[in-house]
Structures are given as C-alpha cells and as structure tokens.
Design a protein around this ligand. Structure first.
Ligand code: FES
Ligand code: FES
Length: 166
C-alpha cells in the first residue's frame, strides 16, 4: 500500500506492507533511528513521537494509519546548534545515562509542556508514567523537564517585553 506521511516537515511516500508498524516505518524505511523500540508490549514509551501534534507510542500504530498525517520525531524538534529547551534541560540536569529512553521522554514531555507550561513535580511524574527509564531513577528527568519549563517561560516573558517595547 502507498502511504504518504509528512515527517519533520518533509513529505515521504512509500509502498509499505499493511502490517508495518509506524516505528519500523520511521526507523527502517526513513532511517530515523532516534525513535527507539524498547519493548514488545507497548509499555516502555521509547518509541514516542507526535502524530498531528499528540504524543503517541509509534509501536502501537500501523504506518498506514499515519497516511496523510504529520509526524514529528526526536530528529525534528531541535538541532545541534539550536537545541529544544527539553534537550537543553536533559543535558543540564543530567537527565540521562544510557540515553535509550531519552527520545521518548523528550517527545512525551514536549506534549506535557504544550498543555501545561508550568507543571508540578507530580504532574511531570504522572505524565511520564508511560515512559520507562532503567538508569536514572527519574529524579533528574523531572528536574530536566522543570528546567525546560523555566527556560520556555523565560523566553515567553522576553517575547512579551519585546512586543510591548515595539
Ligand atoms: Fe513502543 Fe515500548 S517500543 S512502548
Ligand atoms: Fe538509560 Fe533511561 S537513561 S533507560
């Protein structure tokens, strides 16, 4: 079956098997290996991407279900020269060790901050309950998300001041 999916702003059309999972489409057909596969049971969250702006576990969807939709992966939310605040937060707060869970943690946290720009520690822990980390014990992940929320709030305040000065 032909599917056309816009991934990180670029449209891709591929002929795929109807049973192909979205995560395998991203990794194997498009070579976007930042999205990880950590389980066989849809529990770990390592495969989290955004589908039309909502965080989804890409191992729970078929590639054909994403036909005509927009997907954002970890490769699409920042660049080495201009990191996303969450990427900076994970760096600054040591929110990773092996890094295997990190793409999914960041994509899931990005959805949280979109809906709740100032989450409490409990909000963060609750939102990330579908993302497993086997290394960090989660404390620094929570700090990383708080760090990003602070950066984003500061950025918004600066933009508001600049707009008022214009
Ligand atoms: Fe998708 Fe684990 S690989 S939830
Ligand atoms: Fe290793 Fe999270 S940093 S699994």
């Amino acid at each position: 079956m032909n599917v056309t999916v816009t991934v990180n702003g670029k449209p891709y059309t591929r002929d795929v098997e109807p049973r192909l999972l979205l995560v395998h489409f991203l990794r194997e057909d498009l070579g976007l290996t930042g999205t990880h596969v950590g389980c066989d049971t849809s529990q770990c969250g390592a495969c989290t991407v955004h589908l039309n702006g909502d965080a989804v576990k890409s191992c729970t969807l078929l590639a054909v279900q994403a036909d005509g939709m927009d997907v954002t992966t970890i490769e699409g939310i920042g660049t080495p020269a201009a990191l996303h605040p969450l990427q900076t937060g994970f760096w600054e707060e040591h929110g990773l060790q092996c890094g295997f869970c990190t793409p999914g943690m960041i994509m899931s946290s990005a959805e949280l901050l979109k809906h709740n720009p100032s989450p409490s520690e409990e909000d963060i822990r609750l939102h990330l309950e579908g993302n497993y980390c086997r290394c960090t014990g989660y404390h620094n992940i929570v700090r990383a998300v708080q760090h990003a929320a602070g950066m984003m709030a500061g950025q918004e305040r600066r933009e508001a001041v600049e707009a008022a000065d214009d």
